[in-house]
Design a protein around this ligand. Structure first.
Ligand code: NAP
Length: 332
């Protein structure tokens, strides 16, 4: 499959989400395991790596900084600012103020051990700060040579358009998968119109779409999925019933459910760049198999009907995290 573009950055069609090495899904993985998955990904051509200042409170960026060394030029390095754990250990905070963005970028550059970040995203819109001011600060970082391209995460089409009028936006990073179709309401269309990449995070539905997570009650205590409504006992049981219908479709396409989920995203639009996250070399290999899956229009239609937004049980975020995102929502 041909490479894709994120603004001026040429990327392999699938990226690697690095969050899980140190954040989100339970304990951080052993360093040797993380380094070998990163090696393997790059060896297989995956060059777009995704991290954030938030992940492990900087530990995820430090991991990439340690690993990259002489590989820096082979990597399209993306990180995020504007959502941080304050050092005090208090609650996490959205902060899109220009001086905070500048400080966050400097700290990321240090941790990543690099002179410039290829793609810097605003992790969340700060509703207290006009998007023009946040993006203006990011544009200054481009001018200063510290950042090559700018992205926004979990924004609505109207925020995207306002931001794009200040400085070209290279990418929107939003949750997008068979079971989270919100970008189809407006953002994907805006990206196609404005020539902006849609970087799809949690493209495997945080493991749900792999069909291998059957009992979320066994997730580690600190796993963020424990606070996500779709993973609670009742909703997950209903969502697993959809999985029963996905399995035969994967069989028809001669691939695994994870490969089918990723192939569907790749097929959806050439602007889409999925960034599946994995800490496991066998999962990495499986996910890359999505690149050779061929999907016909009939199968695509059946998949989209099966995962119609009304068919999925539970909202993707709990109430507290839901107010943090600026994205369009389905009415239900
Ligand atoms: N912008 C944002 O607000 C935001 C939010 C969330 C995530 N992200 C980014 O998006 C990236 C990807 O999203 P994500 O990690 O949340 O979700 P994901 O890619 O949908 O799923 C990751 C989960 O699936 C498992 N997995 C991956 N491949 C598998 C396979 N073939 N078979 C079985 N299990 C598999 C992983 O476990 P193993 O490690 O065991 O494979 C992990 O638990 C993150 O790493 C992060 O960089 C951004």
């Amino acid at each position: 499959m041909k490479e894709r573009w994120i603004g001026p950055l040429k990327v392999f069609p699938l990226g690697l989400g690095c969050m899980g090495f140190s954040h989100g899904y339970g304990d951080a993985v052993p360093i040797d395991q993380a380094l070998s998955v990163l090696d393997e990904a790059l060896e297989r051509g995956v060059n777009c790596l995704d991290t954030a200042a938030l992940y492990g409170n900087g530990a995820n960026e430090e991991l990439l900084g340690r690993w990259m060394g002489a590989r820096r030029q082979q990597v399209v390095l993306s990180t995020k600012c504007g959502l941080n754990h304050p050092q005090s250990g208090a609650e996490r905070r959205i902060d899109g103020r220009p001086h905070s963005i500048r400080a966050s970028c400097e700290a990321s550059l240090q941790r990543l051990n690099t002179d410039a970040i290829d793609l810097l995203y605003l992790h969340r819109l700060d509703r207290e700060v006009p998007i023009e001011d946040s993006v203006g600060a990011m544009a200054d970082l481009v001018q200063a040579g510290k950042v090559r391209a700018i992205g926004l995460s979990e924004v609505s089409a109207s925020t995207l358009r306002r931001a794009h009028a200040v400085h070209p936006i290279a990418a929107v990073q939003s949750e997008y998968s068979l079971w989270t179709r919100n970008p189809e309401i407006a953002v994907l269309g805006a990206c196609e119109e404005l020539d902006i990449a849609l970087v799809a995070f949690s493209p495997l539905g945080r493991a749900y779409l792999t069909a291998k997570l059957v009992d979320p009650s066994r997730l580690q205590p600190g796993d963020i999925r424990r606070s996500m409504p779709r993973f609670d006992m009742l909703n997950y049981a209903a969502n697993l019933r959809l999985m029963d219908k996905l399995l035969p479709l994967a069989e028809e396409a001669v691939c695994s459910p994870a490969q089918l989920a990723l192939a569907w995203l790749l097929h959806r639009s050439p602007r889409v760049v999925p960034i599946p996250g994995t800490t496991n070399p066998a999962h990495l290999a499986e996910n890359l198999g999505a690149l050779s899956v061929v999907l016909g229009p009939v199968l695509v239609a059946r998949l989209e009907r099966l995962f119609h937004p009304d068919a999925v049980s539970g909202p993707r975020y709990n109430a507290a995290n839901s107010v943090e995102v600026d994205t369009e929502k389905f009415d239900s």
